[in-house]
Design a protein around this ligand. Structure first.
Ligand code: A3P
Length: 333
């Protein structure tokens, strides 16, 4: 329920086919746009909304599977004077607490992970980081504090735009295919449907509805503290996106430095970089070892997954949702 600490109503949601809901958790829907979350999010919604915002904070946010990790590494290096040594040494997950990440750990999953960590000292710190409230982790960080989230602007602190925020958006068809693969790769998800079922359930996936999430950031794209990027632009001409990030943070680098950064960020280098490729999730038993977080890195791959009926549904869905906005995707021009 809405209260003094939190302005939105949080409602329980009946999923039509819980067996294909992505994590078998009961879900809730928040506020007028009906954003979907696992029930556990109830416990953290107000803490996140009321978090302190510092002007030096840096948020990287997005709908899931839109190039968040890629953008995080790019932003971190630009802000930190291209300190590759530290970037290679300290995993991205330690450099950027994932604000709502622990919402997927219900009490029994959390206990299971903690029990496992007792037997394996090397994993204990990583597990603590996963189970700990990210708000606490952020509060413990020195400035500038880097924060990863998939929450839309309206669920973040009202003053979040006093910080620097970088949003990355991707063609929803590719993002949803990629989301399906992520869910399929997570042990705690227990997902056993196919992509078509996942597509049907897209409005029941966490952080959805997709278009509301993206549009909230798009509406602020001209705000001086928000930079709006497209995954497809990064794929096409990474150098230009890097330069936009440098300008946004008031950083000047030579052409050689920018070329080196682009090389660091290539898909192949990224995939083989343990600091960013989330192999950590395999190590602590959250992800199946034969799956990859950094997966294909292509644009337009959705075509292999959509039959005629789904393509028509997607066309209609996109058209309806773009009617009231000037948001246009590079992949749809
Ligand atoms: P695919 O599953 O389509 O390959 P996020 O970080 O928001 O979860 O996004 C993950 C998506 O970004 C995945 O898409 C992943 O492969 C892609 N990605 C990660 N690093 C990349 C890179 N360096 N270049 C291109 N795509 C990248």
């Amino acid at each position: 329920m809405a209260n003094n600490n939190y302005p939105y109503e949080i409602r329980d949601v009946e999923t039509p086919e819980t067996e294909v809901s992505h994590n078998h958790d009961e879900i809730v829907s928040i506020g007028p746009k009906g954003y979907i979350f696992p029930k556990k999010f109830r416990e953290m919604a107000a803490d996140i909304y009321n978090m302190e915002v510092k002007p030096s904070d840096v948020y990287v946010f997005s709908y899931p599977r839109s190039g968040t990790t890629w953008t995080q590494e790019l932003v971190w290096l630009v802000v930190n004077d291209l300190d590759y040594e530290t970037a290679l040494k300290i995993p991205l997950t330690d450099r950027y607490p994932f604000l709502e990440g622990s919402m997927f750990l219900n009490d029994s999953r959390k206990q299971k992970l903690l029990d496992e960590s007792k037997d394996n000292e090397t994993n204990a710190k990583d597990i603590q980081n996963v189970v700990k409230s990210a708000v606490e982790l952020v509060n413990e960080m020195p400035s500038p504090r880097f924060i990863k989230t998939h929450l839309p602007l309206s669920l973040l602190p009202p003053k979040a735009l006093e910080a620097k925020m970088v949003y990355v958006a991707r063609d929803p068809r590719d993002a949803i295919v990629s989301f399906y693969h992520l869910i399929d790769s997570l042990k705690l998800a227990n997902f056993n449907g196919d992509f078509k079922q996942f597509w049907t359930m897209k409005n029941y996936q966490s952080w959805s509805p997709y278009f509301d999430n993206v549009k909230e950031a798009w509406e602020k794209r001209n705000h001086p503290n928000l930079l709006f990027l497209f995954y497809e632009d990064m794929r096409k001409d990474l150098g230009s996106s890097v330069r936009r990030v440098c300008d946004f943070f008031g950083k000047k680098y030579s052409d050689d430095q920018i070329a080196k950064l682009c090389d660091h960020l290539t898909f192949d280098n990224f995939k083989n970089n343990p600091s960013v490729n989330y192999d950590l999730m395999k190590k602590i038993g959250l992800m199946h070892t034969d799956k990859e977080f950094v997966r294909k890195g292509k644009t337009g791959g959705w075509r292999e997954y959509f039959d005629e009926e789904m393509t028509a549904e997607a066309d209609k869905w996109i058209e309806e949702n773009l009617r009231d906005t000037d948001l246009r995707f590079p992949s749809m021009q």
